[in-house]
Ligand binder design. Structure first.
Ligand SMILES: [Zn+2]
Length: 740
């Protein structure tokens, strides 16, 4: 009697094979752990005893726990991988993003910093047009509070050299943005940017980051007050485009000198990005028309960052002395140009030429809101008819590039026009005697006296000065020009205008209140020099070797010293042995020690810490161990951490930080490569095959991403059901032939 016919055999074989496969896969997984069951349960207990990893809860306690300088990281791998960019431009862009990170790092602290790392959520494949690469999807971005992915496109029809736009990708549980996307558009890609272009692109990037930090309608409803409660709904009115968060309102009341101000007009664009109203704050970096203003960082941005509840702001250092509308009282801020006062911010006759408000460029009188533009219909009616001096393209005195681009090169060469960071715009009809007067405005080099009472103006090889408002100057020294120059109507305002920094910080820093802050490795008033050099009379001169920084005028006069040296009368002299720092009064006595040494308090000398210890307060109290060693309960580095663990605590298995980009798997208790990666023979993490979630080598995949199935023979992942079916059918037919 036949119990099974062939069909039955076939079904049994299929079931048998499936069970077999399950065990094979399970076996591979267990092998990965490389621990027996006892070891595993021991680790499991340790892991269970660990304090829970800090997570961000949206509750009252956690929001105001800590304060740390914000860490902004830019992922520019897309740009780095592009063949369109010259190496010089890539390194310049790298510096640019570093200056922006430094700017915000010096400006704000995050109340709840990211304690671990940022990862792209597994369900997220793209953010707007940015498609994350396989590497990015599994990468752990460490030491970051805000991660920004950057890409670019070309648009040859663009009027401007470049522009930037940003999108929010992900937020933490307090709704603070932790991932965003920045897209740059270039008209064309050149070998490198000029220092002026660098400073302009930098402003655009700072502007876009601000949309991710706070100024976006998606974020504004999650702002919390100083008691960590959500604000009343009336502080933001999206329809009327106004807001009245307390610090922001307070700033505006003081700035405009208008205590009855209750609502600040804003502009919200189609992406939900919030800007300050252009009519009342054009020169701010966050104004709705900031590309036509000076792009200055004013205190209102500090105020709204503070109002968000996510950040603490360093306000004093960052209140740029913006002039637009300052102290112009309620009639300026509430009525704009229809107020009864005369405001230099506005002009009267459409299409007339004149100087811009900051007197940095020649302008043409234009409407703030182009009729039928998106913002025209939303703007307060009082502002609609207001006109301002819009800088004319290539007629900005600050841009050295305009020396060649200025529309009338005849004026540049014959009328001594000059462009650059020291140049300003003047009302002038000065004309060489041999030529006919054709001009009414000009760009000349201008430098103010420290007390803002006098302006020196250089025209060709001649010098003029202005010390009286609106004075008409025709001849002060023997001069071969006819016509006259009109001094500014307010000499002090002209001089105190927060203009650009020396050399626009030479593509190595950011400018605030005419002062450069350089990124690491750069030095000098305009960041033109590398560290150990200072800038004087157009060149970087090496400081005395033991100086960290030195006087610009005399490079042998140190201002600060390198480690191990102290400053005495402008000279850096060596401290006692092993000192990191010492005081000039007793140089043989250390005040701090090099790494791996501690200050012995009775003798003020530096003694070596115990073995494998990199930081200690005494021989018996180590506070940090060398990589791969852990601190014992007696504060000695006697514990050797388990495989792949960089920092462990109290025992070998309590791993606080794994090497490289490996992650601690709390289930298996080991440091391993993140998902979709495997560890190669050199201990480095490499990517698995495409769509494979777990693998032991590039060939051996044993688990696929959701929606994909593992093909048994090729060990590749497919989402094609037919090829999966075919593969099984093929395998089972083989087995059938063998067994039957
Ligand atoms: Zn914007």
């Amino acid at each position: 009697m036949k119990i099974f016919n062939n069909t039955h055999k076939f079904i049994i074989l299929v079931i048998f094979f499936c069970i077999l496969q399950h065990f094979i896969v399970q076996g591979i997984r267990d092998k990965q752990v490389k621990l027996n069951k006892n070891e595993f349960s021991h680790l499991q207990n340790i892991v269970n005893e660990l304090p829970p990893e800090e997570t961000n809860h949206d509750n009252k306690e956690s929001r105001f726990l800590q304060a740390d300088q914000i860490r902004i990281q830019f992922d520019i791998s897309f740009i780095q991988a592009s063949t369109s960019f010259a190496t010089s431009l890539i390194s310049q862009l790298t510096n640019l993003f570093e200056t922006v990170s430094l700017f915000y790092q010096n400006l704000i602290s995050v109340k709840v910093p990211i304690s671990g790392s940022i990862q792209i959520p597994s369900t997220m494949t793209n953010c707007n047009n940015y498609i994350f690469s396989a590497t990015q999807k599994v990468q752990s971005y460490k030491n970051t509070d805000l991660l920004i992915f950057v890409d670019y496109q070309l648009n040859s029809t663009f009027i401007d050299d470049f522009s930037a736009v940003s999108y929010i990708c992900d937020t933490d549980s307090t709704n603070r943005v932790i991932i965003s996307y920045l897209s740059l558009t270039f008209k064309s890609i050149s070998e490198s940017l000029s220092d002026y272009q660098f400073s302009q692109l930098q402003k655009q990037v700072i502007h876009e980051i601000m949309h991710s930090l706070a100024m976006n309608s998606q974020l504004i409803n999650y702002f919390r007050d100083s008691t960590n409660n959500l604000y009343d709904a009336h502080v933001i009115n999206i329809t009327n485009q106004t807001l009245s968060y307390p610090n922001t309102l307070n700033w505006a009341q003081k700035y405009y000198n208008c205590s009855s101000l209750t609502q600040i007009p804003i502009e919200i664009d189609s992406l939900g990005n919030i800007h300050w109203n252009r009519v009342i704050l054009l020169d701010d970096i966050m104004s709705g028309l900031y590309i036509y203003g000076e792009g200055l960082w004013s205190g209102i941005n500090n105020a709204i960052l503070q109002d968000s509840g996510w950040y603490n702001v360093n306000p004093l250092q960052y209140d740029s002395q913006i002039k637009w509308g300052q102290n112009k009282q309620c009639q300026f801020v509430q009525q704009g140009c229809i107020g009864t006062g005369y405001f230099q911010e506005f002009c009267n006759t459409l299409n007339n030429y004149g100087l811009t408000f900051s007197q940095n460029a020649m302008g043409i009188c234009q409407q703030f809101y182009q009729t039928n533009s998106q913002q025209y219909n939303k703007a307060p009616s009082n502002y609609l008819q207001c006109l301002f001096m819009q800088p004319v393209q290539n007629q900005n005195c600050l841009d050295p590039g305009n020396q060649n681009l200025f529309s009338n090169q005849y004026l540049v060469s014959n009328f001594s026009y000059s462009f650059g960071y020291q140049s300003r715009a003047f009302e002038s009809s000065l004309t060489p005697f041999t030529l006919k007067s054709v001009t009414s405005f000009a760009c000349y080099n201008a430098v103010c006296l420290q007390n803002s009472s006098l302006i020196y103006i250089t025209i060709g090889s001649y010098s003029f000065y202005c010390d009286t408002a609106s004075q008409n100057i025709s001849q002060q020294t023997p001069f071969d020009m006819q016509g006259s120059l009109v001094c500014p109507s307010n000499i002090a305002d002209f001089c105190q205008s927060p203009g650009p920094c020396q050399s626009f910080c030479a593509s190595a820093g950011y400018c605030l209140n005419k002062k450069c802050t350089c990124i690491a490795g750069y030095n000098g008033e305009g960041c033109q020099c590398i560290q150990g050099y200072n800038y004087y009379e157009g060149q970087c001169r090496q400081c005395n070797q033991t100086c960290k920084t030195c006087s610009a005028i005399d490079s042998s006069q140190c201002q600060t010293c390198i480690d191990g040296y102290y400053l005495l009368n402008g000279q850096c002299l060596q401290c006692g042995p092993l000192c990191l720092t010492c005081s000039a009064s007793a140089p043989s006595q250390c005040t701090s020690c090099e790494q791996g040494f501690f200050l012995e308090s009775t003798t003020n000398t530096c003694q070596r810490c115990s073995s494998n210890c990199v930081n200690c307060t005494s021989l018996s109290n180590c506070t940090a161990c060398q990589d791969g060693y852990g601190l014992s309960s007696t504060n000695q580095c006697t514990i050797i951490c388990m495989y792949n663990c960089q920092k462990c605590y109290q025992d070998a298995f309590t791993c606080q930080q794994c090497y490289q980009n490996k992650v601690f798997n709390s289930t298996s208790g080991v440091c391993e490569c993140p998902s979709a990666q495997y560890e190669d023979q050199f201990g480095n993490c490499q990517n698995c095959k495409i769509n494979c979630l777990k693998c032991s080598s590039i060939r051996n995949c044993f688990e696929c991403e959701d929606g994909y199935k593992l093909l048994p023979y090729s060990q590749t992942c497919t989402d094609n059901n037919f090829s999966y079916f075919l593969s099984f059918l093929f395998l089972n037919i083989i087995l059938f032939i063998i067994f039957v």
